[in-house]
Design a protein around this ligand. Structure first.
Ligand SMILES: [Zn+2]
Length: 174
């Protein structure tokens, strides 16, 4: 049994030991996501993503649930997130006196991609998204270089007086 404990422990760590799989876990921190949503956020080819998801699922790091035709992924146990956070704290200690410290110490939710700019395809985080724009009950995010204006004119948003349009500046922390 004694040896088996370490082997079981290794299985979980193996499932975690890839930057993309750690990123997937990070994306699933506070939400469940479909394969499509994860794919959009990571910008990975689907075959590649499927492989990573399979490894995570086989080792029960993530679990799936079905909503309609879509399959959603979530982290099976929040303690796994705590384990990842602890390792990150080790990194913080290690890089305490280097210029990487600020990046490592950032609230990880600031680094989460919130979506893709539908015009230029840029992956946006709450930090880099300049605008959030709600159109037909979906919130879209845009960069700071005029994509929101292009989006509006291509959708003829200005003419549609009956559509509730909310425009808000996201707080841009630098
Ligand atoms: Zn853009």
């Amino acid at each position: 049994m004694y040896q088996q404990i370490f082997e079981l422990h290794t299985d979980i760590l193996k499932a975690l030991s890839h930057p993309k799989r750690l990123e997937i876990i990070h994306l699933l921190r506070d939400q469940s996501l479909s394969v499509r949503q994860i794919q959009d956020m990571l910008g990975l080819p689907q075959a590649n993503l499927s492989q990573h998801l399979q490894i995570l699922r086989e080792n029960q790091v993530v679990i799936t649930s079905k909503k309609g035709k879509q399959i959603f992924y979530k982290v099976s146990n929040p303690k796994l997130l705590k384990a990842c956070d602890l390792i990150r704290e080790v990194l913080l200690d290690r890089y305490e006196n280097s210029n990487m410290k600020d990046d490592l110490g950032k609230d990880l939710s600031d680094l989460l991609p919130v979506g893709i700019d539908p015009i230029c395809g840029m992956k946006l985080t709450p930090e880099t998204a300049a605008y959030a724009f709600e159109f037909q009950n979906t919130t879209h995010y845009f960069c700071a270089s005029g994509c929101l204006e292009k989006y509006k004119s291509s959708r003829h948003c200005e003419e549609q007086g009956d559509v509730a349009i909310q425009e808000q500046s996201l707080s841009c922390r630098t």
